[in-house]
Design a binder for this molecule. Structure first.
Ligand code: IMP
Length: 423
């Protein structure tokens, strides 16, 4: 059976967690394929808000298996905190959670390296979540990493020590002011590793291949967004994994020709957290209002997100890189009350009008070209049917569908599971 993919099309925080949660009842297996605790997937149901970082967003559905794929990087300490929270909500994660032996571990010293690297960059810093993501993926590609499966070996602590010692000398090399108590960090780490080891480790690619043969339905869940992809994002202001569709193949071991639907999630406007170019960013009270109404604060770091108009040049690029087959538009409710809306349809790039996302999207090179739309006053948050949506919102949606040549199948009008309109 085909594997469906769900991905963010902007700079993350599109609302993937909510949609995975909404869609989970259609799937037997939810599989996270990349990223780690830099993600913050927010789910709201029964009046409660839940934030997941590494655990797939299907965990609240009793019948789904939740798989952490080989492409994910796991911080045992953060993972344990997530499990503790799930336990207080009576989620039987021991039954429903499985972890790839090939997933890499984030060590305490990876976090220190992340902090030292960012501090050494000064103004050029990436704005990393400082969860150790970059250094862990560097060790993975440098063939030095420690994997979940290593925890089953007798000598894994020796391997750990050698790597941690190397990291410590690298931290010293950065020569930045960084205070830490490694002993304390390691005590916490080893305690958390014990908990991790009590979970089910699997050969996940084999598990997924068998599941496909057994006609099980699988949803691959991405983290971050396409414009943060290590290859196709706004490098170097990106994360360290492939957040795009190809990442699902390498991060789970599924074959490209077994991919079915590709669900592309985007917000009705654009946000970005951390540094890096953002052509349609707003620095006025319109942007400020979007941030306030949309509660645009990072679910992982609490940092306020930068806000701006929808950028169709960037969105089209993301749709193409991912082969998106269905779009899902989030946070339409946040745009209620704006008199007029703008959508960027092209860039003036050093004097030329272009429609593609160029190598260099720094704002000094680009002036966005906008199409204007009427806004709407109505509060959308109680609406549950397309026919009740304001006419100007429908005009906005139809314009996007025409420009992108992909249907918008879902319009989200609030954070709750129930505030979801299927078209
Ligand atoms: P890192 O992945 O923590 O190293 O962060 C690299 C860049 O990606 C920074 O600009 C972060 O703010 C951004 N980033 C990482 N994860 C997320 C996410 O889940 N949502 C939004 N931005 C993210």
């Amino acid at each position: 059976m085909a594997v469906d993919l769900l991905l963010g099309l902007q700079w993350g925080d599109e609302g993937k967690g909510k949609i995975v949660d909404v869609l989970t009842s259609n799937y037997n297996i939810i599989a996270r394929f990349q990223g780690g605790p830099n993600a913050g997937h927010t789910l709201v149901f029964n009046g409660m808000k839940h934030v997941l970082h590494t655990i797939p967003s299907g965990i609240f559905h009793e019948d789904a298996v939740n798989l952490v794929g080989n492409g994910v990087v796991i911080d045992p300490v953060i993972f344990k905190n997530e499990l503790d929270k799930l336990a207080t909500q009576n989620v039987d994660y021991r039954k429903s959670l499985v972890i790839s032996r090939k997933a890499h571990l984030i060590l305490p010293t990876h976090r220190l390296l992340d902090a030292a690297s960012e501090a050494s960059k000064g103004k050029a810093k990436i704005g990393s979540t400082l969860k150790g993501i970059g250094p862990t993926y560097m060790d993975k590609t440098g063939r030095n990493g420690i994997r979940v499966g290593d925890l089953e070996l007798d000598n894994w602590k020796e391997k750990y020590r050698a790597l941690a010692n190397k990291h410590e000398s690298m931290v010293a090399f950065y020569n930045v002011d960084l205070e830490y108590d490694l002993e304390e960090l390691e005590t916490e780490f080893f305690e958390a590793v014990k908990v991790l080891k009590s979970l089910k480790f699997i050969d996940s690619e084999e598990y997924l291949h068998q599941a496909q043969r057994d006609q099980k339905s699988i949803l691959a869940e991405g983290a971050q967004g396409s414009l943060l992809d290590i290859d196709f994002g706004t490098y170097p202001f990106v994360t360290s994994s492939n957040t795009t569709a190809a990442g699902a193949c390498t991060g789970l071991g599924i074959a490209p020709n077994s991919i079915g639907e590709v669900f592309g999630i985007f917000k009705a406007y654009t946000t970005r957290v951390g540094s890096g170019p953002f052509p349609t960013e707003l620095f006025d009270e319109v942007g400020e209002t979007m941030g306030r109404v949309g509660n645009e604060f990072g679910a992982t770091t609490g940092r306020s997100r930068r806000c701006g108009w929808l950028d169709l040049v960037a969105l089209r690029y993301a749709c193409q890189v991912n082969g998106v087959t269905q779009l899902m538009m989030m946070k339409a409710d946040v745009l209620s009350g704006f008199k007029a809306l703008k959508v960027c349809t092209a860039y003036n790039y050093k004097g030329d009008i272009i429609h593609h996302f160029p190598y260099n999207v720094e704002s000094e090179n680009i002036t966005p070209i906008y199409t204007d739309f009427d806004g709407w006053e109505e509060d959308l948050t109680e609406m549950d049917n397309e026919s009740t949506l304001p006419k100007s919102l429908l005009t906005y949606i139809e314009f996007l569908e025409k420009e992108l040549e992909i249907p918008i199948k879902v319009v989200s009008v609030g954070p709750d599971r129930k505030q979801t309109i299927f078209r």
